[in-house]
Design a protein around this ligand. Structure first.
Ligand SMILES: Nc1ncnc2c1ncn2[C@@H]1O[C@H](COP(=O)(O)OP(=O)(O)OP(=O)(O)O)[C@@H](O)[C@H]1O
Ligand SMILES: [Mg+2]
Length: 252
């Protein structure tokens, strides 16, 4: 029997997003980068992705935070109606506070071995992810934000290599993954960031100044390998239920 090569999909469950992905979602196991400026809703979107998986699609998820503490995230999530603590108790999600990685000294001593902070943080991040994913049988994974991890590396070549190593390290887990990344420019003719070439999928969330004045929030699926997706810029809102994208309206 030939091995089945049919692609299966992970529905995000986020209003409007699956429509942009031809009602199918993200191919299972893909690493998608969520790029956006400050306050564009990256954390909200990715928490929603994990909660929707746990509540609606019976897909447990692991959320690794490198920035905001888990307690704060739980408080913020409750405002959207997402009970992270309850989902954790039911082993439907796992919230991992990896912020201590930021505070590591330049070198870490394990027995007689001295390991550089960068190597240690890469290995420990992969280890903590593997352990948590296995524990709850996670099918979804988020790391928010990646910059805390990649910015330890001095140049783009090292950052690219570290990211590639991280992606390789988690590949065999098969989780559909979102990596949150800062977007340094928000204009439409911006320069691409190196992460965008490595990723199988790229979503951008931007605040853009309208020609007539005022700001508009703009959501775009920039890339999703193998999917005939809608690549137009669409308006979105952060509502009391989370992110809502409007696929029938074009922004800009
Ligand atoms: N309960 C809520 N209802 C509606 N909008 C909210 C609510 N909570 C937060 N927001 C909006 O979401 C924005 C922040 O969202 P979020 O933390 O997801 O953004 P982010 O892109 O992760 O930000 P950062 O770059 O700081 O990590 C706030 O600036 C606010 O405009
Ligand atoms: Mg955030």
């Amino acid at each position: 029997m030939p091995e089945s090569t049919a692609v299966t999909y992970t529905q995000t469950g986020i209003k409007g997003v699956d429509e942009l992905l031809k009602d199918k979602g993200i191919p299972k196991g893909y690493v998608v980068f969520v790029l956006g400026g400050p306050g564009t809703g990256k954390t909200t979107l990715t928490l929603q992705f994990i909660c929707q998986g746990a509540i609606t699609f019976n897909e447990p998820g692991v959320y690794v935070t490198l920035d905001e503490g888990v307690t704060q995230l739980k408080v913020n999530a409750l405002n959207f109606g997402w009970d992270l603590a309850g989902l954790e108790k039911q082993r439907k999600i796992s919230m991992i506070d990896a912020c201590p990685i930021r505070r590591l000294p330049g070198e870490v001593k394990i027995g007689t071995l001295t390991i550089g902070k960068r190597e240690f943080s890469l290995v420990s991040l992969i280890d903590v992810i593997k352990k948590s994913v296995t524990e709850i049988g996670a099918k979804r994974l988020v790391v928010d934000p990646l910059a805390v991890f990649t910015l330890q590396y001095p140049g783009e070549v090292e950052r690219r290599t570290a990211l590639f190593d991280l992606m390789e390290g988690i590949a065999d887990l098969g989780c559909t993954t979102m990596f949150v990344t800062e977007l340094s420019e928000s204009s439409i003719d911006r320069r691409y960031q190196f992460e965008e070439f490595l990723a199988q999928g790229v979503i951008t969330m931007r605040k853009v100044v309208k020609a007539e004045g005022g700001l508009i929030r703009v959501f775009t699926v920039e890339k999703m390998r193998g999917v005939d997706h809608d690549a137009q810029p669409h308006p979105y809102k952060i509502t009391s239920h989370g992110i809502e994208v409007y696929p029938n309206a074009i922004a800009l």
